[in-house]
Write a protein that binds this ligand. Structure first.
Ligand SMILES: Cc1cc2nc3c(=O)[nH]c(=O)nc-3n(C[C@H](O)[C@H](O)[C@H](O)COP(=O)(O)OP(=O)(O)OC[C@H]3O[C@@H](n4cnc5c(N)ncnc54)[C@H](O)[C@@H]3O)c2cc1C
Length: 412
């Protein structure tokens, strides 16, 4: 048996496992991080392709996230941010629904945005005031319904729900039905109202990379897939066996079920993004554009390089177009030209200079959860623990929270 002289083995080098490891080591506790792939970061990956930064699935870091502490040095991430709010395209006109209190230049377009009635704008303002005052505990303990029921109960107009909330939060939750818990809606609405959606200068993967700087190099074992658990032993796919006093499973829910030979197949939300290079950014503000036509396959599009110039080489912009899955969960066989043509309809501008770079389909992007938040972590046996975004709430912040919480319990 390979002997690992450590107190804790952490299986999975995504944000949850990383947070657990850096926290334990910061308290002088030894641990090893076992990661099956050749990089840390899990679902947060960035590829450099022809000098463009391509995240594997469009995702953002909200500056109002409160987890990660000193292990997530935001100044080193050099965040570039999107404007609050979004462009709304109905295929005939483009409106800007901004937040004039934070971006004064959006005042006039926002006042003129006819997707939202005066009463909708008042309700958005009231909701953001209420949620800004509410503690996270109050939000997590509020009565739970689906987000769509919640929005209807708040009295928003059909136009506001269908043209703004559904495409916007459908993109955030990867759930066009808005069947996700109203608690997550309130939590993220508050985060969007108090922070900005941002991208690090070296891509989203800079987040796990910067966290890993806090770990002892020799405590990270890459290309190390755990095949099974056998009592207090961790069995690698190579057949080697490791033993530690405690083991933390910090895997996505699917991999965790596989490892524990649990026959249940957890449900996930999926996404697909197409990236293009272009010479011009068609939008004045660095805001996301929502598809509010009620048709087509595009959920939203944006120019990440407008928010974070480092995403494209000098003289170019990066266009990112995210699709919704079809009713059967698949993405069909849309080719990059058809996606570009649909984007052209939304932007109402020619896209002939767009050159397709790459697309990424992510079948297991976000876990589907019945109720949110989860318990944060689970103690499965005396020496076996489990953490992950599926045990808190699906997001980077949720993964950070879960990783730290389980580490604190191990130290107790
Ligand atoms: C396309 C997409 C868009 C998203 N958008 C956002 C967003 O905008 N904002 C936001 O906050 N969050 C977003 N998220 C969610 C966020 O990225 C995740 O919640 C978070 O990264 C989950 O981290 P984790 O460590 O819990 O899990 P994971 O990142 O899944 O980490 C699990 C790790 O375990 C490893 N592993 C698997 N099996 C084994 C094994 N047998 N042995 C060893 N290692 C193994 C995997 O390789 C992986 O590194 C998005 C996610 C995706 C995919």
């Amino acid at each position: 048996m390979k002997s690992v002289d450590t107190e804790t083995l952490i299986i999975g080098g995504g944000i949850t496992g990383l947070m657990c490891a850096v926290f334990l080591q910061s308290k002088g506790r030894e641990c090893f991080l076992l990661e099956s792939s050749n990089r840390l970061g899990g679902r947060i990956r960035t590829d450099k392709y022809r000098q463009f930064l391509l995240d594997r699935g469009f995702q953002v870091f909200l500056t109002s996230y409160d987890q990660g502490g000193a292990f997530l040095d935001r100044s080193k991430l050099q965040l570039g941010s999107f404007s609050p709010g979004a462009y709304i395209s109905d295929g005939k006109s483009i409106q800007l629904m901004g937040d004039p209190l934070r971006d004064f230049s959006s005042l006039l377009p926002t006042l003129g945005c006819h997707t939202a009635s005066l009463s909708d704008k008042w309700k958005v303002w009231k909701l953001s005031m209420r949620l800004k005052q509410a503690s996270d505990d109050e939000i997590w303990n509020a009565t739970e319904s689906t987000s769509i029921e919640y929005l209807k109960n708040q009295g928003f107009s059909e136009s506001m729900i269908e043209r703004f909330f559904r495409p916007f939060f459908g993109g955030v939750f990867l759930d066009d039905q808005l069947s996700v818990s109203s608690r997550l809606f309130e939590y993220l609405f508050k985060r969007f109202a108090t922070g900005l959606a941002a991208l690090p200068a070296k891509g989203m993967e800079a987040i796990p990379k910067s966290m890993s700087q806090h770990l002892y190099r020799d405590s990270i074992l890459l290309n190390t897939r755990v095949a099974s658990l056998d009592g207090d032993q961790v069995v690698l796919e190579t057949g080697e066996r490791l033993r530690a006093k405690r083991t933390v499973i910090a895997l996505d829910q699917h991999a965790a079920c596989d490892l524990m030979q649990d026959p249940q197949k957890p449900a996930f939300r999926s996404t697909k993004v197409y990236y293009y290079s272009t010479l011009q950014c068609a939008l004045k503000h660095p805001a996301i554009m929502l598809n509010s036509t009620g048709r087509g396959r595009i959920q939203h599009l944006c120019f990440p390089s407008k928010a974070q110039p480092a995403y494209a080489p000098a003289g170019y912009h990066l266009a990112s177009v995210t699709l919704s899955p079809m009713a059967d969960g698949s993405f069909g066989d849309l080719d990059a030209d058809s996606v570009r043509e649909e984007a052209e309809d939304l932007l109402q501008l020619g896209t002939s200079d767009w050159e397709f770079l790459k697309s990424y389909q992510v079948p297991r992007a976000l876990p589907q959860m019945q109720s949110i938040p989860g318990p944060g972590f689970l103690q499965l046996k005396e020496n076996l623990w489990q953490a992950g975004d599926h045990l808190s709430y699906p997001s980077i912040n949720g993964a950070l929270y879960s990783g730290q919480l389980v580490a604190e319990k191990l130290i107790d």
